[in-house]
Structure formats: structure tokens, C-alpha cells
Design a protein around this ligand. Structure first.
Ligand code: DON
Length: 583
């Protein structure tokens, strides 16, 4: 590997910190992959030449790595990680939610997008989240049984395995580590210990959830053992009967019963009817890289590419990472994209989303011309554009790459941390509150302040609009980066900044994932920044007209980068217990 002598000290300490994987030396590059920093192979905290998993919870990462070591491919490992996180990171890993899995198949050089997003029950109606006076009732869409979308995770993971697994592992084998951890229990630490007390109010409101997560009158705390016996039984049923054991029969009856007892409308029929959808990824380019990301019903890929297209016309790198000049341009581009999101995006099976128009370079050029490099535009002055018609705390993200260059970029969610907070009695399954991602009515904001239109109205069987952005970057047709993040509306800007960090600001992956992030979503008209930017940078942004709000940290961009000789991973340091590891 070419290395700059100046970095020798850093390299040595990285070598010592990274342990045996690095000491083995670098084997030749992986098939079908492309190093993103070819002339500057600065070492990263974790280096694994033969395959890697980066997830938000260390036990789940290790389970995935073990599958890779036993000859599994990236999809086999991802399925094991997906089930494991439902046990070890129950605030976001799930059986009772939904998500998106992007899969890259190296041998076929093909990338697919598996949509296992929740759907609205058949009895859902457009006005179901409006109160008697016609105004939105956020409580109904976040804290009652009406909030629950028909879960897609179990069918999604099972289908991913069936279509793209190596064939060396059965579903039952990949569910086994999750079943064991739920049956034997896990020691509460790291993120679980941090997140349980914060969710105590919402979990404690339901006796069935209290029975799982509480020790007496408080949630289980640091060092105590959390056993999830009902969840273990549900996982055993899936091992024995496949996804149908979840979507039909006694488990389905319990899930639907729990939702209806909490005031919702989901039936066993809705569960039996649940289908995943295989979609064509949305594609763009950025400074020579191909960006391949999740299409609608996620807004993520479309607006990631729209923002990158706008930014491509500016020399961000010359301004420098964290500079007011670069942040200003990024915020102005974000504002425009989120205004478009509010107007155009929804379930593509119900409405026509102008994906091609929104991701076209000429459209971005028109929007770029509206940006003043010196002055922020007030949100009121930013309107949805006129793209060509289609002419033609909580979510979690994990990334996997195997030794053959196959890759998985998976983001899945219950929406809020621990979703609705309701465990369906007798199943151990936490239910989502994803229905809040619909627009209760045109112009209404959801819990993330996102505005929507008729395009994202509630309709029977519809999928609520998402911001989840599992993403791949390719260079010359070869895999270069796997990334994605939780963070609600801030997901798109988080993924954007991992990419600009690497490409424009020449950060290494650890730096790009850790660097303070900014976010603007058009409405509210505020520039959110994490702590870590200098006071003089903030002053310069305020002088340009931004209403700067220093807010909490957001996101968990557990990512894998192709570097010369193998893979480098960075787990997001914003939560305790995240891990990128490999072999
Ligand atoms: O699908 C979406 O866009 C949201 N339900 C994601 C929620 C989320 O990321 C919460 N995590 N921080």
C-alpha cells in the first residue's frame, strides 16, 4: 500500500489498535471493488481484508462476521444481523417494523432494492389521523394501535435469503443466534442501557411491554440480564415454519389482536396479504462515482442524488470541511430538495413520482442558479421546483461486504425508539408506529417536522413515505462504499455528508462518519448543527442569514469503504456499543 511517511505515527498507532487483522498485511484487492482513496491509503480504525460487518450493536456485528467466516455471503450475514438486532438493539432492530435492503451481487454486477416497508392496513382511511375538528391528531398516529403499519421485516429478510443467499445456510440456522440470545438473555449495557430509561414512559404504558423490559417499577438497567422468552418462541416458530409462521396462525392472530386492542385496525388478513416489492434502485453520479440508492417509497435516494447534483457545480473541497462557505451551500441545496420532497414524493405504486426529473442534472443546474453563495434564502422563498414529469431514536443501519465483493446496505426501523412501545402480548414483538410517516393531511407535519402532500396521503395498502437511504457508491462499475443511517428526516443529509466527507473533503471513513453534521429540511427554516463546529463558523453562517440551531447528535452511519487491499469500516461513535469488524 502506498503510504505517506508523515502519517507513519498514525499508522503505527492504528496498527497497534487494530490488532491481528492489520498485522496480517494486505492481500490483493477484492474482486469487483474499487478503492475510493487510491493515492492516499490512510489507515482506518478497523481493517478487514476478507469481509466486514458494520452495525449499531457489537453482538450483532460479531454474529454477522461469524456467518462470513463460515462461508456465508453478505446476504446470509445480513439476515443473521437483521434477526440478531431485533434482540440486542430492540429500539430499532425489529420483527415488527420494516425497511429497505439494497443488495449488490458482484458476479452478476447487479444491484437490487428490496422494499419491505410496512403497509397501511386495508381498513386505513385518508382521514384516520384527523381529529373531529379536522386538524391532525399526532397522538393517534404515534401512540395508539392506529399507528401500526403491517410489518415487513420477517418476510423481507426471508426473501432476501431465498433470492440472494449463498444457499449454504437455512433461515433456521441464521435465526438461531437471535433465538439463543433472546432465550438465554443478554446483559444490558451500552445503547440498551442508554435507551431503555429514555423510553420508560412509552414502554411502561403497556403491561405487555412492562412484562418484558421492566424489572419491578423501572426498566432493566446496566449489568442486568434481559431475557425475551416470548420473542424466543416467535423466533423458534419462524425457524420451524418460515415467514408464514409470523404472517399466519397464532403469531399473526396475537399481533393483530394486540393492535386492535390498542385502537388500531390491522387484521390477520392484512398480515397474510403482506408482500415485499423488488425495485430498481435510483441512480446518479457524483464527481466520477456512481451513486446507487433506495428509490421510492423512500425519498432518500432521490433527494440524496438531487442534492449531490446541485453541489457538484460548486468546489466544496476548496472551501474545506466544516467551513461556513461549504455548509451554507449544502444547506441551500438541502432546502430545495426537502421542498421538492414535500410536494412530489409518496408511494410509487399509488402515485407517479417524477424520479427521473428530480434526479436529472439539468434540473439541478436550474436549482443551483437560484443559490446565492453569500446569502441564505428564507424557506418561504424556496418553492418546490418544476422537474420534468416521469417521462418516461429509531432506525438502524448496517453494512456488510463479503470476500467476493457482494454487499448489503440495510436500513430498517420501528420509526420511534422502540416504535409504538407496545409488545404484542405473547409474541415478544415490539410494534412500529410507522403510520406517522404518512401526511395526516396536505401540509401537515409528521413527528420529524416533515411536510407532505396528497402524494403521501394514507390509503389502504399504501406504503408511507420514508427517508431511509441505504446507499452504494461505485467507481468504474466497482463497489467503493456501503453506507446509510437512522435519523428520521436527517437520514438523507447524514448519508450526503459521509459522501461529501470522503469525496470532497478527503476525510478518511472514520473522520467522515464522526465529523459534526449539519441539516436543513426547508421547514422548519432552521439550520441544525451538531456540536463541534467552531463559534466563528457559526457566526459566519448567521451572518449569511441562517437561523442556526445547535442540536443533539443524530445518525448512526455504520459504513464500509473499499480501500487498497481490502475493506475499512467505521461504526458511528455517536452511540455506545457500535462495531465494525471483520475477518
Ligand atoms: O422511514 C423513515 O424515514 C422514518 N420512519 C425513520 C425513523 C428514524 O430514522 C428514527 N431514527 N432515528
Amino acid at each position: 500500500m502506498p503510504r505517506r511517511p508523515l502519517l507513519l505515527a498514525t499508522l503505527l498507532s492504528a496498527l497497534l489498535a487494530a490488532g491481528p487483522a492489520l498485522a496480517q498485511g494486505a492481500p490483493p484487492g477484492m474482486p469487483g471493488t474499487s478503492a475510493i482513496q487510491s493515492e492516499d491509503a490512510r489507515l482506518l480504525p478497523v481493517f478487514a481484508p476478507h469481509g466486514m460487518v458494520a452495525s449499531q450493536e457489537a453482538k450483532a456485528t460479531r454474529i454477522g462476521v461469524d456467518v462470513l467466516k463460515r462461508g456465508g455471503n453478505a446476504v446470509d450475514a445480513a439476515v443473521a444481523v437483521g434477526f440478531a438486532l431485533a434482540v440486542t438493539l430492540p429500539r430499532a432492530g425489529n420483527l415488527g417494523g420494516g425497511g429497505f435492503m439494497m443488495v449488490h451481487l458482484a458476479a452478476r454486477n447487479e444491484t437490487v432494492a428490496l422494499d419491505y416497508r410496512e403497509t397501511a392496513p386495508a381498513a386505513a382511511t385518508t382521514t384516520m389521523f384527523l381529529g373531529p375538528d379536522g386538524t391532525p391528531d399526532p397522538r393517534a398516529s404515534t401512540a395508539t394501535g392506529k399507528a401500526v403499519g403491517v410489518p415487513g421485516t420477517v418476510r423481507g429478510l426471508a426473501e432476501a435469503l431465498e433470492r440472494y443467499g449463498s444457499g449454504r445456510f437455512s433461515l433456521a440456522e441464521l435465526v438461531a443466534p437471535a433465538e439463543r440470545l433472546s432465550r438465554e438473555g443478554i446483559v444490558v449495557d451500552d445503547d440498551l442501557a442508554d435507551s431503555l430509561p429514555r423510553a420508560a414512559g412509552r414502554l411502561g404504558a403497556w403491561p405487555s411491554s412492562r412484562a418484558v423490559f421492566f424489572n419491578g417499577d423501572r426498566p432493566f438497567g446496566w449489568g442486568e440480564r434481559l431475557v425475551q422468552a416470548d420473542l424466543a418462541a416467535t423466533l423458534r416458530a419462524i425457524q420451524a415454519g418460515g415467514p408464514d409462521a409470523f404472517y399466519r396462525g397464532p403469531v399473526a392472530a396475537r399481533l393483530a389482536g394486540a393492535v386492535r386492542a390498542a385502537g388500531g385496525v390491522m387484521t390477520e388478513g392484512d398480515l397474510a396479504d403482506y408482500r415485499t416489492v423488488l425495485r430498481r434502485p435510483v441512480r446518479g453520479t457524483y464527481r466520477g462515482y456512481d451513486v446507487v440508492a433506495m428509490p421510492p417509497p423512500s425519498s432518500g435516494g432521490v433527494h440524496l442524488i438531487e442534492i449531490l447534483n446541485i453541489l457538484e457545480g460548486f468546489d466544496l473541497g476548496a472551501s474545506g470541511a466544516g467551513s461556513a462557505a461549504a455548509i451554507h451551500l449544502m444547506a441551500e441545496a438541502m432546502k430545495q430538495a426537502y421542498a421538492d420532497r414535500a410536494t412530489f414524493l409518496g408511494d410509487p405504486d399509488r402515485i407517479t413520482v417524477p424520479v427521473a426529473g428530480l434526479t436529472a442534472k439539468p434540473y439541478a443546474a436550474r436549482l443551483r442558479a437560484l443559490i446565492d453563495p453569500e446569502r441564505a434564502r428564507p424557506a418561504d422563498a424556496v418553492k418546490a421546483g418544476d422537474p420534468l414529469p416521469f417521462e418516461s431514536d429509531q432506525t438502524t443501519h448496517f453494512s456488510v461486504v463479503d470476500r467476493d465483493g457482494n454487499a448489503v446496505s440495510n436500513t430498517y426501523t420501528l420509526n420511534f425508539s422502540y416504535g409504538l412501545g407496545l409488545v404484542a402480548e405473547g409474541t415478544g414483538v415490539l410494534l412500529n408506529n410507522e403510520m406517522d410517516d404518512f401526511s395526516a393531511k396536505p401540509g401537515a407535519q409528521n413527528a420529524y417536522g416533515l411536510v407532505g402532500s396528497e402524494a403521501n396521503a394514507v390509503a389502504p395498502g399504501a406504503r408511507p413515505l420514508s427517508s431511509m437511504t441505504p446507499t452504494f457508491l461505485f467507481r468504474d462499475g466497482r463497489l467503493a462504499l456501503v453506507t446509510g443511517s437512522p435519523g428520521g428526516s436527517r437520514i438523507i443529509s447524514t448519508v450526503l455528508q459521509v459522501i461529501t466527507g470522503l469525496i470532497d473533503f478527503r476525510l478518511n471513513l472514520a473522520e467522515a462518519v464522526a465529523a459534526p453534521r449539519i441539516h436543513h429540511q426547508w421547514r422548519p427554516d432552521a439550520l441544525l448543527v451538531e456540536t463541534g463546529l467552531s463559534p466563528d463558523t457559526l457566526a459566519l453562517l448567521r451572518a449569511r442569514g441562517h437561523r442556526v440551531v445547535v442540536g443533539s447528535a443524530s445518525g448512526s452511519a455504520n459504513s464500509i469503504l473499499v480501500v487498497p487491499g481490502g475493506l475499512a469500516g467505521a461504526a458511528d461513535p455517536r452511540q455506545r456499543g457500535t462495531l465494525a469488524d471483520g475477518q
